[in-house]
Every structure is written in C-alpha cells, then in structure tokens.
Design a protein around this ligand. Sequence first.
Ligand SMILES: C[S@@+](CC[C@H](N)C(=O)[O-])C[C@H]1O[C@@H](n2cnc3c(N)ncnc32)[C@H](O)[C@@H]1O
Length: 285
Amino acid sequence: MSESMSIVEFGRTHQAFRERWANTDHDLCRHSMSFDLHNILRQEFFASYLYMLEQIPLVKLYAMTCASVKGEKQFYHRAQNFYKDVPASEEGMMGDFVELSELDLESSRQFLKKCVGPGKAGTRRALDCGCGIGRVSKGVLFPVFQTLEMLDMMENFILHAHECYLGDCADRVESYYVYNLQDFTPPPKRYDVVWMQWVACHLTDKDLMEFLRRAQAGLRPSGVIVLKDNMARQGCRLDPVDSSVIRHLDIMRSIIETAGLTILEVQKQEGFPESIMPVWMISMR
Ligand SMILES: C[S@@+](CC[C@H](N)C(=O)[O-])C[C@H]1O[C@@H](n2cnc3c(N)ncnc32)[C@H](O)[C@@H]1O
C-alpha cells in the first residue's frame, strides 16, 4: 500500500473511532466502568492508541499507566516505589549495566557536540531531567555548560549528587529540583539544552507530550531538548518492574511532533549488546 493510501486509511479509521467515541459518550454506558475506561484511553493514548490497538491489547497498557487509586496514578506510584530501593550509585542509575556507562557517556558527548556551538545552542545553562545522582551531568553536561540545573523525583539521589558524587562541580549547580517531571514547568527561555535521559519512559504519552511543550518554552534562542531512551523494536512495551513504557521510535516521533516540536537529529547508540533494548538519541526544538 502506498504511503498516501495508508494515511487516508489511517484518517478514516481515526474518524470512525472519533464518531464511535462521541456516540459512546452520549448514549452508552454513561455510568459504567467502560465509560471511565474509554475516557481515559482517549485522553492518555491519543498519540499511539491506534497503533497499539493493532499491535497489542490496549487494556494491558491502560491498566499499567492510567489506573488510579485514591486519586494517585499507579503508574507513577510504582515507579516511586521502585526507585526507593535503587542505590544512589552508578550501578543503580544503569540498572545493572554499569559497564556500559562510559560508552553511553562518550556517545552522548559526541551527540551534544553536534547540538552546541556557533549558530547552534549556547553553553550558558542546561537542565538535566531525571538526573539521578548526576551521572550524565558529571560526564556530559558539566564539561560543556557554565551552570546546570538538576531535577529528579528522588531526594536521596539529589542529596548524594550534591554532597558526594559531583565533587567541586556541585558549586556550578544553580538549582536542584526535587520534583516529578510531569508536574514541572521550566522557567521560560532559561536553558540552552534540556537533557532527558532514561526518564521519558517514566511518563505517560500525554504527560510526556505536555512536558515537551513546556520544555520548549523553557529554551533559550537556538536551544535544544535532547531525549535519550530505550526504544522498543516493535510497538510499545511496558516494564511493570520499574513502571516504564518503552516506545517504538515512530511512536516517540509522533509524540514529539504532536507536541509541536521539530526533530533535528536522530541517532542510535552504537556498541550496546544486541540482547538489550536499543537506545536512541533525539534532538529537537
Ligand atoms: C534510570 S535512572 C537514569 C538517571 C540518569 N538520567 C542517568 O542516565 O544516569 C531514571 C531516573 O529518573 C528518575 N525519575 C523517574 N520517574 C521520574 C519522574 N516522573 N519525575 C522525575 N524523575 C523521575 C528516577 O528517580 C531516576 O533517578
């Protein structure tokens, strides 16, 4: 099937679903579980729901990312619980693949080189999102930027970064944010680079898209957002252990573009074993 045909088909399917949803809203199951379910599906999975519908049972993803208990999303609650037991160390940040850390950092440094410089992003200030103990800040960002700001939901990681791991570099941290990324609004026009490594996977589609939009508003002129994460070989995969969603690169692209950002560069992390999930770097603004 040609690409234009498949877009037409996709459009028709999308329209059919929209009409069906509207009908369901008004006439069917208004007070039932399925009414709640379809509302949440529509809100949370707008970027990838049709794709996933064809690939895997949608309800599985719903249960993992959108179920709420007493107003708290279980997807985020589980991640909090998971990271409580993760040691504040490079081993903890790398999830038992610490031997890949240096290769990861070196590839990130090379990728960052392409983003900054004359006519590109400046080197005044970067934000490290989901910084953990500051592995990326120390190995990639501090050598390039005058100052950093660092954000993580786990206070003990940030404390370890400040008191121990970053050493003298800690003097160049302007602010630490102990914050959930999905609740954070970057100050406007503040950062040359917003770095998000292995944290986008911990946000639902909707929260990720909204954060990217807010992060875009937080960029200085010519600033960029860099997202580095595991990407599924097919569709979406949920890891119920650390509560993360691993998305296919196409789904990630779709979320980024729906957020209104332009993708500048996409590059695969080379040198990682075939047995682990592929890792990709994406720069955008
Ligand atoms: C796998 S670690 C990666 C840390 C660091 N980016 C690195 O590459 O070394 C994921 C980090 O994301 C943080 N994190 C997970 N979900 C988060 C959220 N919703 N908001 C903020 N931080 C989050 C965790 O606390 C953890 O420090």
